[in-house]
Design a protein around this ligand. Structure first.
Ligand code: HEM
Ligand code: HEM
Length: 136
C-alpha cells in the first residue's frame, strides 16, 4: 500500500510544516511584492494546506469504513467492524475530486514560483536554499 503510506507521510509533513510556519517567520521577499500579490499567495498556500490535509484524512476515513484490515508502513491500521459502503463511495468521489484539484493547484504553485524567479526576478525561490540565500 505505497499510496496509503505516502499519503499519510504527506499528511504528517503538511501538519509539521504548518506548525513550524506558525512559529517561525519566513525570510522576507526582496524586492517586496505588492500587498495584493502577498494576499493572493497566502490564500493559495492556505488552499494547499487545506487540500493536502483533507485529502489524506478522507483517505484514512475511507479505508476505516471499508471494514477490512489495511496496512500503512507495514502496520495493520484500525478498521470498522462493518463496512459502510455508501459513505466509502461518497468519500471516494471527494478524494478523487480533491486530488485532481490538488494537482492543478500544485502546478499553478510551481509556475508561480518560477515566475518569481525568472520573470519578477526576486529571491522567493532562492530563500528556500540556505546557502544561496546569503546576501539577500
Ligand atoms: C496527498 C495524498 C493523496 C493523494 C494525492 C491521493 C490521490 C488519489 C487519487 C488520484 C486516487 C484515484 C485513483 C483512481 O483513479 O482510482 C486515489 C484513490 C484512493 N486513495 Fe488516495 N490519495 C492520497 C492519500 C490517501 C490516503 C492517506 C489514503 C488512505 C489512508 C488513500 C486512500 C485511497 C483509496 C482507498 C482510494 C480508492 C482506491 C480504489 O478503490 O480504487 N489516499 N487517491
Ligand atoms: C516544482 C515544485 C515546487 C516549487 C518550485 C515550489 C516553490 C515554493 C516556494 C518558492 C515557496 C515559498 C513561497 C513563499 O514563501 O511565499 C513555496 C511555499 C509553499 N509550498 Fe511549494 N513548491 C513546489 C511544490 C510544492 C508541493 C508539491 C507542495 C505540497 C504538496 C508545496 C507546498 C507549499 C506550501 C504549503 C507552501 C507555503 C509554505 C509556507 O507556509 O511557508 N509546494 N513553494
Amino acid at each position: 500500500m505505497i499510496h496509503v503510506s505516502c499519503g499519510i507521510a504527506i499528511l504528517v509533513l503538511m501538519v509539521a510544516r504548518l506548525l513550524i510556519r506558525l512559529k517561525v517567520p519566513s525570510p522576507p521577499i526582496v524586492p517586496k511584492p505588492k500587498p495584493m500579490m502577498t494576499g493572493l499567495a497566502h490564500l493559495g498556500h492556505l488552499v494547499i494546506y487545506l487540500l493536502f490535509i483533507a485529502l489524506p484524512v478522507i483517505g484514512m476515513v475511507m479505508m476505516y469504513n471499508r471494514g477490512n484490515p489495511w496496512m500503512a508502513f507495514g502496520l495493520v491500521m484500525p478498521y470498522a467492524t462493518e463496512g459502510n459502503f455508501d459513505l466509502v463511495d461518497t468519500l471516494k468521489s471527494w478524494h478523487i475530486t480533491l486530488a485532481n484539484l490538488g494537482y492543478f493547484v500544485i502546478a499553478l504553485h510551481a509556475a508561480a514560483a518560477l515566475m518569481h524567479h525568472y520573470f519578477w526576478k526576486d529571491n522567493t525561490l532562492l530563500r528556500m536554499m540556505p546557502r544561496k540565500r546569503q546576501g539577500n
